[in-house]
Design a protein around this ligand. Structure first.
Ligand SMILES: [Cu+2]
Length: 102
């Protein structure tokens, strides 16, 4: 009885750490590359000419993203080459992270 409990606990631990690793990898690969074309602070929107966005299954294009984090709006400048993450929420494309392209 003790042994099987230990085995189950071990399995759960292995499973959890595997999930943790794969979600970290998923986050890293969810970054897409692009170039900022326009920052509209009043409307909290940023236009990005982007490459393929794998997690959104989107081909390269130039489009407008909504921004919920004011810090992103402050940092972003037209012409910046960036890596970014975006998500589809309530029918809107939201920019969730932006960093300078390596
Ligand atoms: Cu797009």
């Amino acid at each position: 009885m003790n042994r099987s409990h230990t085995t189950r606990t071990l399995l759960a631990t292995v499973l959890l750490s595997t999930l943790g690793i794969s979600s970290a990898l998923a986050q890293a690969s969810d970054m897409s590359s692009g170039e900022i074309r326009k920052v509209d602070k009043a409307a909290s929107k940023i236009t990005i000419k982007h490459g393929e966005i794998k997690n959104l299954d989107m081909p390269p294009m130039t489009m407008v993203f909504q921004v919920r984090d004011p810090a992103l709006l402050e940092k972003a400048k037209s012409g910046d080459k960036v890596r970014f993450s975006a998500e589809l929420k309530d029918g809107a494309y939201i920019l969730t992270a932006v960093e300078a392209a390596p």
